[in-house]
Design a protein around this ligand. Sequence first.
Ligand code: PGA
Length: 244
Amino acid sequence: MKRIVIANWKMNPKNIAEAKKLAAGFIRLGGIRKKINLVIAPPFVYFPIFGVKFELAAQNAFYETSGAYTGEISPAMLYSLGIRHVILGHSERREHSGETDSVINSKVKAALNSGLGVVLCVGEKSRDDENFQVFVRDQLRKDLEGISKRYSAKIIIAYEPIWAIGTGKTVKPEDLYEMTTYIRRTLLDLLGKNAAHRIPVLYGGSVSAKNSKSFLDVNGVNGLLVGGASLDINEFRMIIKSAL
Ligand code: PGA
């Protein structure tokens, strides 16, 4: 399986001129980007910069198809634009937009029903709480409730411990191994054996050119979700190289 590397630009860069400059860097990646599954998740307004040459992900989508929902964007709209993935359950949206597991579950269902692949983010707030694994299992259980096994080919799980996002702190390889194994065991309970084997599990949280290989070397880690470091094309190129 090719490694999956997702560039989550979050609410960056600040304007279209800077976004075009950054996108040009991604275009210049040339052949190496074909050796991995590269997905770029820019803010909605920057989608047109990329055209059809890149696999793009939305950073959010609503759970209805159309209607009186001011400010929302539906999965069907994204699909019709050629977008094929959506990131859901990101801790920043759970925190800043108050998204509950029940809302996330509705969004996961709507996205899958519209043909989008879902990158579902889960992760504990802190490891001081001895129940941190149960916390992650509960997120998976609630966010994937009622999802048919047949959608397992369309689901990616990104394990992003909240304490590691944008902080420079990262998870130890042995702890990452333990968690990805635990996530797969949970997927087995929820969606069955095939799903547990098939669903890629990514790591995200302060990934950099210096540490990316240490996560990819962990057995069972299928790729990376990269935030801050995806805004610096030289750094990002090195991350991709570590995934070849
Ligand atoms: P970070 O963000 O790489 O800047 O820590 C990762 C994420 O939130 O997806």
